[in-house]
Write a protein that binds this ligand. Structure first.
Ligand SMILES: *Cc1c(COP(=O)(O)O)cnc(C)c1O
Length: 367
């Protein structure tokens, strides 16, 4: 029986190998024309005016915050149910993180955000968790009403749509190109925006605050991506649609096969969202007598990989307790989700036998 992995990393084929070799032979190992080609390609892919490639997704978030003029004393409202980078980026930028609860889609709930907005609030940062867009229309309305920036943590949502528009085209988009994400350069990230001035600030900050050679405008950073990394990413722009289609078809197969199990909730896809299924995440109702950990254990016995994203509310760690820049919220839905979620394999390399084994293993746990 083969092991079915929760993720498989696709490093591309001969086209990727020849582009990486071309980068090596060009002698341009740092940032150069291939980074620009990758930026232009992603801009066209999601339909945004400006894409700035950076060295990872966490940097993209820090860059978006800093370029939005947000820093010490300013507050950012975000999701308590996310990868730790979301919070670490807010802290790295010197700002304060506040948390509103999540909804059935596991994303920040706009209805819970409004009451947290105060004079120090400068941005709302929804996370498009697992590849499904947060409910952007109410966030954009709230932001317009209160004069706030919207920073999208789209690290898991390359090509995900909301009412036909891609993640990363609403506010300032922040993408990750980490090895396990739907699109990868090993390590890497994008900032995306339709605001030319903001794009300009990110470009200057990315390169030591330098506009022209030795003309420093601000104290900047080294946030640059390399051409070798870009060479890994460029060919994926052409294959991303097919891979997302495979993820969608796998997700539909799983949802069909897992229907009607008492105590198991399959993922909720909200109206007008194009989910890209970075993760396929079920919920186990503890009242069913089966726990999330029971399910994970049974899957392991059947050589089916699974993952807990995420086992705790993001700030519920000793390293954040007592930190005046991390303000816990009333977030019962996030605490419940952290105890109940389990992600099942949905990646494009699964075949029908694999999917059937995932389904039968899950079903056997509840029999
Ligand atoms: C991966 C991820 C990040 C960080 O991206 P890196 O490229 O690993 O720095 C941020 N937010 C979320 C939700 C992520 O999944």
């Amino acid at each position: 029986m083969n092991q079915i992995n929760i993720t498989e990393i696709d490093v591309g084929g001969p086209e990727t190998e020849s582009l990486v070799l071309e980068a090596l032979r060009s002698g341009r190992l740092a940032s150069g024309p291939l980074v620009e080609r990758l930026e232009d390609g992603f801009a066209a892919y999601i339909g945004v005016d400006h894409v700035i490639a950076v060295n990872n997704g966490t940097t993209a978030l820090v860059a978006a915050i800093e370029a939005s003029g947000i820093g010490p004393g300013d507050e950012v409202i975000t999701s308590p149910f996310t990868f730790v980078a979301t919070v670490n980026a807010i802290l790295e930028a010197g700002a304060v993180a506040r948390f509103a609860d999540i909804g059935d889609d596991f994303n920040l709930d706009p209805a819970k955000v409004e009451s947290l907005i105060g004079p120090a609030t400068k941005a709302i940062m929804p996370v498009h968790l697992y590849g499904q867009c947060a409910d952007m229309a109410p966030f954009m309305a709230l932001a317009a009403e209160h004069g706030l920036a919207v920073i999208e943590d789209a690290a898991q949502a390359h090509g995900a749509t909301y009412r036909g528009a891609c993640a990363g085209t609403f506010g300032v988009g922040c993408f990750s190109l980490y090895a396990t994400k739907n699109m990868t350069t090993g390590e890497g990230g994008f900032v995306t925006t339709n605001d030319a001035d903001l794009a300009d600030r990110v470009r200057v900050l990315r390169n030591q605050g330098m506009r022209a050679r030795y003309q420093y405008e601000v104290a900047g950073h080294n946030w640059r991506l390399t051409d070798i990394q870009a060479a890994i990413g460029i060919p994926q722009l052409a294959t991303l649609d097919d891979k997302v289609a495979a993820r969608r078809s796998n997700a539909a197969y799983l949802t069909n096969g897992l229907a009607g199990i008492d105590g198991l909730q399959t993922p909720v896809v909200m109206e007008s969202r194009g989910h890209v299924w970075h993760q396929y995440t079920v919920r186990v109702d503890p009242a069913s007598g089966v726990t999330r950990d029971d399910l994970a254990e049974r899957l392991t016995e059947h050589k089916v990989g699974s993952g807990i994203y995420y086992p705790k509310v993001v700030y519920d760690y000793d390293c954040y307790r007592g930190n005046p820049s991390v303000i816990p919220g009333a977030v019962p839905n996030a605490f419940a989700a952290a105890e109940q979620v389990l992600s099942l394999p949905v990646h494009p390399n699964l075949d029908a036998d694999d999917l059937d084994r995932v389904i039968s293993s899950v079903r056997s746990t509840f029999d």
